[in-house]
Design a protein around this ligand. Structure first.
Ligand SMILES: [Zn+2]
Ligand SMILES: [Zn+2]
Length: 149
């Protein structure tokens, strides 16, 4: 059994990884707010670090960077499983709520603070805040995390 397991609400799609996320990011943009129905916090893993079992359906859209995002969801319960953004090749963004130990997945960065819900606070865990998509800056953060892998 992997260190972190998770899956959709109905159990048809399952995830397993031996690692903690490379980074956990809060996205405050309106696209994510609609897609999640509330607050979008995602754990980033590289594709070889995590295994997914079960069939998903996909929904494609243009992300904050203006590049395509492929969103996988469970066709039975509709739960979002992972988003693959063209801007971050080889990486997947997994909503933290689908992991069993979601309380341990704490955001360290946030983007699109200019769209942030005005009442949303954090306890100081967020070290890097960006007004817009900040793709370049986030790639730098990821590279730093990769060196600590
Ligand atoms: Zn499901
Ligand atoms: Zn977003």
């Amino acid at each position: 059994m992997g260190k972190n397991i998770g899956g959709c609400h109905c159990g048809a799609v399952k995830l397993e990884t031996d690692l903690n996320p490379m980074i956990v990011n809060l996205c405050n943009c309106n696209r994510c707010r609609v897609l999640t129905g509330s607050i979008a916090i995602a754990a980033l893993y590289s594709d070889e670090e995590i295994t997914m079992a079960g069939e998903t359906k996909t929904y494609n859209y243009l992300g904050g960077s203006g590049m395509e995002v492929v969103n996988h969801f469970c066709p039975n319960c509709g739960c979002r499983i992972v988003s693959f953004a063209e801007a971050f090749p080889g990486m997947g963004a997994y909503p933290i709520g689908i992991f069993e130990k979601s309380t341990e997945f704490i955001p360290k960065s946030e983007i699109f603070t200019n769209y942030k819900l005005p009442w949303l606070q954090n306890d100081g865990c967020i070290e890097e805040s960006f007004e817009e998509a900040a793709v370049g800056e986030r790639l730098m953060l990821l590279l730093e995390e990769l060196e600590n892998r």
